[in-house]
Design a protein. Structure first.
Length: 373
């Protein structure tokens, strides 16, 4: 066999030089296991899988601390009482000096403030990346924004809030959160809420999770339930995930169960028929993505960033923000129409693919590369 070699005049393809792995210092001050901590865990695990070297600064004995340790991901436990905790600043500064990361990544407002203070007088070649999760326009950019090399916005609404506050568009990167299913997700049975609560097999189970499970948010949900027809209320049951466990309660005349914190949120969501999102604004609403990935359609107000997730009529139902009557009508439709629930389930499973972990991790690494001088 004759192999043709390129002549001296034939240009050779450019040599692909592999980019060096990165040392990344991640900081999260959360004390609970919520969507933010799940994203930090997903990112740290994904960085390690890609050959990078993450070190995560966490609150001692927090769920994130325990999860990272159990998986062998490098972690530094550090008490961070508030934004002005000078002892935490000194410890953080010492850690940065000793470990010498290529980039520092703060994941919440407190860690943002602590990192800015710890980096005072530090060389400008050490970039600070900050993830912003709320669509509220920030008010303290003069104090904290000057040292940030890049902001990561988890939704278009968050990005718009940052630019409205005066952050240059080039300094803001849109990176949607990722949702990762456990390797054995398809083998585990969904949580059987009907058996646990003693409810009939033909009841329709709707869940509410996160900040919408807090006592202050339940009156809105109660107003929706009171607007339902009696036959819909008789068939519907609500599972409240998050907050304090309280057992059986009634929300606007509908039987409900306050489950409180659950360790396996995805298995808990998989046991539902619907997800309810009765809030007016949220950074993105990862619980909605979780629900979609489990085949559970969502009914939501269209405020905040949730409209970036749900395709109305295809992967969920959206109603005008604050319109209790419209929300009750949409909920009645999906409770009464099993074919509609099936359509929304299929659309949600397809839509959830857009939030695969690889997109989030690779997008974040690209931001790191851009921030490093």
């Amino acid at each position: 066999m004759i192999q043709l070699r390129p002549s001296s005049s034939t240009p050779l393809p450019p040599r692909q030089v592999p980019l060096p792995p990165l040392r990344v210092l991640l900081i999260d001050t959360g004390r609970e296991w919520r969507g933010e901590q799940r994203q930090v865990h997903l990112l740290a695990a994904g960085l390690r899988e890609r050959g990078h070297e993450p070190l995560v600064v966490v609150t001692p004995r927090s769920p994130l601390h325990q999860r990272l340790r159990s998986e062998g991901i490098a972690v530094s436990a550090m008490t961070m009482a508030n934004r002005l905790d000078l002892l935490a600043v000194r410890r953080l500064r010492r850690l940065i000096s000793t470990w010498r990361p290529a980039v520092v990544h703060a994941h919440d407002a407190r860690s943002h403030s602590l990192a800015v203070t710890a980096l005072v007088g530090w060389r400008n070649s050490l970039p600070l990346v900050v993830t912003r999760r709320t669509p509220a326009v920030p008010r303290s950019l003069l104090r904290y924004g000057w040292r940030v090399s890049r902001f990561i916005a988890i939704s278009g609404a968050v990005r718009d809030a940052l630019t409205a506050a005066g952050v240059p568009e080039a300094q803001v990167a849109l990176v949607y959160p990722g949702v990762s299913l456990p390797p054995d997700a398809g083998k585990r049975a969904p949580r059987d809420w009907r058996s646990e609560c003693g409810w009939a097999a033909d009841t329709v189970l709707a869940g509410v999770v996160g900040e919408f499970a807090m006592p202050g948010a339940l009156p809105t949900l109660g107003a929706v339930m009171n607007s339902l027809d009696a036959d819909v209320r008789a068939r519907l049951r609500v599972i409240v995930l998050g907050g304090r466990a309280g057992g059986r309660i009634r929300i606007g005349g509908v039987e409900a169960f306050r489950a409180g914190f659950v360790h396996d949120i995805q298995q808990a969501i998989a046991g539902l028929d619907l997800m309810l999102h009765p809030g007016s604004a949220e950074g993105l609403g990862t619980a909605v993505i979780d629900a979609m990935s489990q085949g559970v359609p969502c009914v939501s107000f269209d405020g905040g960033s949730v409209a970036e997730i749900i395709e109305p009529g295809h992967s969920g139902l959206l109603v005008p923000s604050g319109d209790i009557g419209a929300y009750a009508a949409a909920l009645s439709r999906v409770v009464s129409d099993s074919a509609l629930r099936s359509t929304l389930t299929k659309g949600g499973l397809r839509r959830a693919l857009a939030f695969a972990p690889a997109h989030c991790i690779d997008g974040t690494v690209a931001v790191y590369r851009q921030a490093i001088p």
